[in-house]
Design a protein around this ligand. Structure first.
Ligand SMILES: Cc1ncc(COP(=O)(O)O)c(C=O)c1O
Ligand SMILES: N[C@@H](CCOP(=O)(O)O)C(=O)O
Length: 460
């Protein structure tokens, strides 16, 4: 079995290579694609420690790409993708009080999504050049994926991008990062509903295989394996940086979580041999995932708006990928469980749990208190999502494995939350200030499969 061949969590798709997996996005049987094998890279760790971010990205990702993209082209794609970041380190890691912050927000749209979406945009461009044809990307966002995906493909030949976002439920600056982009291939759709409604419609449209084929649909959400793969890299990177700084044998990583994409990348990194002892899963009040890891029950509640809007998610797309491993790579069992969840909005796993994960919930009061405390003690401004991760991480400090907290967005994207916590909007970023007076383009539509398909048909 090979890491560069892909299977579906639901077992209904013939094996495909990396290029076909990227173009397929959501698996054609409604499941999610995963590599047929995860390579054990422990023997390589010593030589990986001294690599630059781009060289490490090549080392981590190339076994999963195989011969679908020639080595020189893959290296070029990776270098161009990370040259757009504001710092040569790409992901700087800094000590901040009792934790280490891995800053994932130095890309063009100031959120961790850029790490994967700069890469995916360039992979799409490469594959379209090789294969010909065009691509109509359909995505759903709770705030950050949308603008990162748009900036990954804006102005690229042969690509149109349609992004659905929940009207009134993303921050004003997140919305402007999407709707002020003037390129003719960018189409922003505010939907009357929540992110979960958008993600449901996204999957319904991708499961309409005739429409998917006729309109050459492509996926930028973390249903696309390339998204997860590019995120695996920074788990190794930040673990190495903290090991250098502290001499620790292993680290812990705290991940603010919504759609389970980011922390699932951490899970893959651990399976590859990353020196990570524990993954700390942190949610806001939308706590379906933290409840699952504490109790075994995965049960859907109503989406609740919070100060960390990008994590206002109840149905976590990548949970199905994790479930596949949790039930012993048994796709029949995954199909049964997903059917049960669709029917009952609940599944229960009674296998005694997974000791790799710890989980907790950081609510609004904890988010505000954590932002205040870090500003007072460290003069460091945490964005509200990162603050959720830090608040939960603090419950797991104290053993000899240092704690890395993934900083998933720049605080300037969430000025209302920063103002609420610190009394005034202390976090500004010139790239965001520049958007304030630009004209916006958006349509407002119902979160309905037919409505979205008709809009795509009428636009392309
Ligand atoms: C700023 C921010 N933090 C955390 C998350 C949660 O990441 P994931 O959905 O991969 O769990 C998101 C959204 O994905 C986000 O935009
Ligand atoms: N928080 C995300 C939600 C979409 O998640 P994805 O990782 O599946 O793209 C966002 O910011 O849009």
């Amino acid at each position: 079995m090979s890491a560069s061949e892909y299977v579906s969590t639901r077992g209904g798709v013939a094996r495909v290579n990396f290029a076909d997996a990227v173009m397929m996005g959501l698996a054609d049987d409604g499941g999610l694609l995963l590599p047929a094998a995860i390579p054990d890279m422990r023997a390589q760790l010593a030589s990986w420690r001294s690599l630059s971010y781009s060289d490490l990205a090549y080392a981590v990702m190339s076994p999963f790409v195989g011969d679908a993209i020639p080595a020189a082209a893959l290296k070029d794609i990776i270098c161009r993708s990370y040259a757009t970041f504001a710092t040569p380190a790409v992901v700087p890691v800094r000590r901040c009080g009792r934790v280490h912050i891995a800053e994932l927000f130095h890309g063009p749209t100031l959120a961790f999504k850029d790490v994967a979406l700069q890469f995916l945009g360039n992979v799409f461009e490469h594959l379209l050049t090789q294969r010909g044809g065009k691509l109509n990307i359909l995505g759903a966002t709770s705030g950050d994926t949308g603008s990162a995906a748009i900036h990954g493909v804006r102005g690229k030949a042969g690509v149109d991008i349609f992004i659905m976002f929940p009207d009134g439920r993303v921050s004003p600056l997140q919305e402007r990062q999407m709707t002020t982009v003037p390129d003719a291939n960018v189409h922003c759709i505010a939907i009357k509903g929540t992110f979960d409604d958008g993600q449901r419609v996204l999957k319904e449209v991708f499961n309409d295989l005739g429409f998917k084929r006729d309109y050459q649909l492509g996926a930028v959400n973390s249903v696309n394996w390339a998204r997860v793969l590019a995120q695996v890299v920074y788990y190794f990177w930040s673990a190495f940086r903290v090991q250098e700084a502290t001499g620790a044998a292993t680290v812990q990583v705290s991940v603010p979580t919504g759609n389970f994409g980011d922390i699932f990348a951490g899970y893959i990194a651990v399976r590859m041999g990353a020196p990570i002892r524990r993954l700390v899963l942190a949610t806001n009040e939308n706590d379906i995932l933290s409840r699952f890891f504490r109790s075994g029950e995965y049960s859907q509640g109503a989406v609740c708006p919070t100060l960390s809007p990008s994590m206002d998610i109840q149905v976590a797309s990548n949970f199905e990928r994790y479930l596949y491993y949790r039930v012993g790579e048994n796709s029949d069992r995954v199909r049964e469980l997903m059917a049960a969840f669709a029917r009952d909005k609940k599944i229960v796993i009674t296998d005694g749990g997974d000791s790799l994960f710890a989980a907790g919930r950081g609510d609004t009061a904890m988010t505000i208190e954590t932002i205040r405390r870090y500003y007072a003690a460290e003069k460091y401004i945490l964005d509200p999502h990162t603050a959720v991760g830090v608040a939960v991480a603090e419950q797991y400090l104290g053993d000899d494995a240092p704690m890395i907290c993934l900083a998933t967005a720049h605080p300037a994207k969430f000025s209302a939350a920063i103002e609420q916590a610190l009394g005034s909007d202390l976090a500004k970023h010139p790239a965001l200030e520049a958007l304030k007076d630009l004209p916006v383009r958006r349509v407002l539509l119902e979160p309905d499969k037919r409505v979205i398909e008709d809009y795509v048909k009428a636009t392309v």
